[in-house]
Design a binder for this molecule. Structure first.
Ligand code: ASP
Length: 611
């Protein structure tokens, strides 16, 4: 037997017992004729005491960091207790030990604050995984996985696997493709999600399905994306949107309780997509703090049917505001006394290319009730007061105003809001606020050159329009005559039965009620610019299935890695994946992707044509 106990198990109550432990050497500390060795395994650290005799053996056969050893000894009470360690009241007086395997000097120290940089740690991920910090993350991931499965099992969901080698039907993201040797010249694709399979399972009658499943998307990796990631993928039949919202709101609350011990008692707040864009400038607002946007001009943006908020900015000879499509403001709590240097720094911040604003206007609402702004020339005190009032600013607050084109300005103000909240400590890691964002637009105007003049599905092409928007979809020609005016096309206003779950400003889940009739699905494909032939070629199997008694259905998928990262208080999903890839999609440990040899290429009948 290699061990009788783990390195995290022994307590004062074990004193006097003879035990055998096995693990990795964390540190060796010599004190004259005795040595202390910290032995580590997955469960903790136990101190070993090598007395004089064994110490002499150690001198001949030194133990290095990360050696794997087995040690037999007596549990004894420590005179110098370390109460920060669960095993800190005891130590093991060693009677015998053996080295099971030696270790080369690790390229970085395996401890909480390691000296290894990111790349080094990725290359030696198997060593990084020994560190407490990383281990805790994987434990949390497993706890979330277990809680989700328990909950779903308890609700009668069945875990059903779906294939990874499927047909390429690029919509949305780019597919990863896999050449088929047996069908030369043909390719499989790796699924971006099991979307069509889970819908087919509904047609087959498995009315509650789930899977904790890998998804693959060949996207340019923006910060913190992985080419393969995991979803908790779910689908239900005979449901309306409300059923899905209730079922999965309860699932997340169950996970909160199981994993974090949090009782999230209140119902999850709900907000329409339109309100989210209007009040927060983004479809995944962080509602841990207020700082809502004040819209100072009538919206020019047709998605936002919001003309209730009267214009606060009138023509005042200040061209930047008068001519801007959009003027928006936020009130920043307690920052009225910002210095020139501080407001200049914020101005530079919004001018960075990622934000793309031309400048920033401020109004300081001083504690004595007076106002000072960077546009005093154009706006008198009364007007400044009205603007400040529209933002809900109190005395002592700083009002920040941005002006420019609709989409860019709205995005910029949402980023500015988050940045200031971060600086002011409003984004507390241990505070969790959930939000449902509802009623997303069904279509999105395709920006890409090659799709110009076309609509793309905002969620995916299987999402159902709201029942009272179906007519607008069926009775209007999708063609956009004049691309500049796409916003006034009736399609721009069609809303979907689609929903996202947002946690602390991150989209953690998204789904929709699906189309389940063949005719409507066909209409959808044609609205997206697909010919009949193309839609049959890509999705004939689904259209066919819809002819054989498809039930009404809907579902949702949660970004499992992201959910874990947020619950673990981290910005990065990579920390919660055992073997992640770097920002260029490389596995640094395997050195993948790599080339394949000529023989493999020949078998596949593939010739490289590298540019
Ligand atoms: N398959 C969808 C996605 O990956 C989620 C869903 O609609 O259930 O975004």
């Amino acid at each position: 037997m290699y061990r009788t106990h783990t390195c995290g198990e022994l307590r004062i109550s074990h004193t006097g017992q003879q035990v055998t432990l096995a693990g990795w050497i964390q540190t060796v500390r010599k004190f004259g004729s005795i040595s202390f060795v910290d032995l580590r395994d997955r469960y903790g650290i136990t101190q070993l005491l090598f007395g004089e005799e064994l110490n002499a053996m150690l001198a001949e056969q030194p133990l290095g960091r990360e050696f794997v050893v087995q040690a037999k000894g007596m549990v004894t009470e420590r005179s110098d207790k370390n109460l920060r360690l669960p095993t800190g009241e005891i130590e093991i007086k060693i009677l015998s030990f053996s080295v099971l395997n030696r270790s080369a000097t690790p390229p970085f120290t395996i401890q909480d604050d390691t000296d290894g940089g990111d790349d080094l740690r990725m290359k030696y991920r198997y060593l990084d995984l020994r560190r407490n910090a990383v281990k805790k993350n994987l434990e949390l991931r497993y706890a979330v996985n277990r809680a989700a499965r328990n909950y779903l099992h308890g609700q009668g969901f069945m875990d059903i696997e779906t294939p990874f080698l499927i047909k390429s039907t690029p919509e949305g993201a780019r597919d990863f493709v896999v050449p088929s040797r047996m069908n030369a010249g043909q390719f499989y694709a790796l699924p971006q999600s099991p979307q069509t399979f889970k819908q087919l399972l509904m047609v087959s009658g498995y009315d509650r399905y789930y899977q904790v499943v890998k998804c693959f998307r060949d996207e340019d990796l923006r910060a913190d994306r992985q080419p393969e990631f995991t979803q908790i993928d779910c689908e239900m039949a005979f449901v309306e949107q409300e059923d899905i919202l209730n079922m999965f709101e309860s699932m997340i609350k169950y996970i909160f309780k199981e994993v974090k011990g949090i009782d999230y008692a209140e119902p999850v707040k709900r907000m329409t997509w339109e309100d989210a864009m209007w009040e927060y400038g983004i479809d995944k607002p962080d509602i841990r703090f207020e700082m809502k946007i004040a819209n100072l001009k009538k919206p020019s943006y047709v998605f936002l049917n919001k003309d209730d908020n009267a214009t606060v900015i009138n023509d005042a000879g200040f061209k930047v505001f008068d001519e801007a499509e959009t003027v928006v403001a936020i009130a920043v709590t307690g920052c009225a006394e910002y210095t020139r240097k501080q407001t200049d720094e914020l101005t530079e911040w919004v001018k960075r290319p990622q934000i793309g604003m031309k400048g920033l206007v401020y109004i300081k609402c001083h504690a004595d009730g007076s106002f000072k702004s960077s546009v005093d020339k154009f706006y008198n005190e009364e007007k400044l007061k009205a603007i400040a009032a529209a933002t809900g600013a109190k005395q002592g607050d700083l009002v920040l105003i941005l002006a420019g084109p609709e989409e860019r300005t709205r995005k910029a103000v949402s980023e500015l809001r988050l940045e200031l909240a971060e600086r002011l400590g409003f984004r507390k890691k241990e505070e969790f606020r959930l939000l449902w964002v509802l009623d997303f637009p069904l279509f999105e105007y395709a920006e890409e050159e090659n799709l110009a003049g076309r609509w793309v599905a905002r969620h995916h092409p299987f999402t159902a329009p709201k029942p009272d928007h179906i007519d607008a979809m069926i009775n209007n020609n999708p063609l956009i005559e004049n691309t500049v005016e796409y916003l006034s096309h009736p399609y721009a206003n069609i809303k979907a039965n689609a929903y996202d779950m947002v946690l602390n400003g991150n989209e953690i889940g998204g789904g929709s009620i699906r189309i389940f009739q063949r005719e409507l699905q066909e209409k959808m494909f044609s609205a997206l610019g697909m010919s009949e032939e193309e839609s049959l070629n890509k999705f004939g199997f689904l259209l066919g299935a819809f002819e054989y008694g498809a039930p009404p259905h809907g579902g949702i998928a949660f970004g499992f890695d992201r959910l874990c990262a947020i619950l673990g208080g981290s910005e990065s999903i990579r920390d919660f994946i055992a073997f992640p890839k770097n920002n260029s999609g490389r596995d640094m440990m395997l050195d993948a992707p790599g080339s394949i040899d000529e023989k493999q290429l020949n078998e596949l009948q593939i010739k490289l044509n590298l540019k």
